[in-house]
Design a protein. Structure first.
Length: 206
């Protein structure tokens, strides 16, 4: 039950969000001086939150990422004509124990190559600096694509979008501090899409 010297939290929220008429707002501000300790604590918290929200500035993404995302999500009359290919695993160093001494000094590093008609994607999986996390670095090589620059890479897990990356001029990309597991990556270019479905981001695959 709200006491006579208490103000409901929802009413305070409307006050600090500026949703109350000027007269009502002035009346509530006067009542706060004699309000209960809990009401004053709520008011102090909401006042600080409103001030912090007013100072917050959303950073603008880099121009190349912004342009690439617009290309991907803006409706296009050619969207139904884009080529889409599924890239298949054609090499996995974890399945080549005889090459362990050749492929890398770090035996905890894993290389994978995925191939389709449009592109070849090479990935290196290694432990992250954060315990129990994995870093993925990769590079896209064109087989039948106009360019490997500024490709949008969407990483999902169980249909949830986890991260978005963008290739540089050499087709390089990275995803860092991923929890081990199976992921799907969709690579979007102006002239096609490449999907790598359910690939393992793990080192202990054997």
């Amino acid at each position: 039950m709200v006491g006579a010297n208490s103000i409901p939290f929802d009413t305070l929220l409307d006050l600090f969000d500026g949703r109350l008429p000027a007269g009502t707002a002035r009346e509530l501000e006067a009542r706060l001086a004699d309000a209960s300790p809990q009401t004053q604590a709520d008011a102090d918290w909401l006042r600080a939150f409103a001030a912090a929200r007013a100072r917050a500035v959303l950073a603008t993404p880099p121009a190349n990422l912004h342009a690439a995302l617009l290309r991907q999500f803006r409706p296009s009359p050619l969207a139904g004509l884009l080529r889409r290919a599924a890239a298949l695993l054609t090499f996995d160093s974890a399945a080549q124990p005889a090459l362990a001494g050749v492929r890398s000094v770090d035996v905890r590093t894993r290389q994978m190559i995925f191939t389709c008609d449009l592109a070849e994607v090479a990935m290196t999986v290694r432990p992250s600096r954060q315990a129990d996390r994995i870093d993925v670095n990769g590079q896209v090589f064109s087989r039948d694509m106009a360019s490997v620059d500024s490709l949008v890479l969407r990483l999902t897990r169980a249909d949830d979008l986890l991260d978005i990356s963008l290739t540089n001029q050499l087709g390089e990309f990275s995803f860092i501090e991923l929890p081990p597991g199976a992921y799907t990556m969709l690579m979007v270019a102006d002239d096609g899409e490449v999907e790598i479905d359910e690939f393992d981001v793990r080192l202990d695959v054997l």
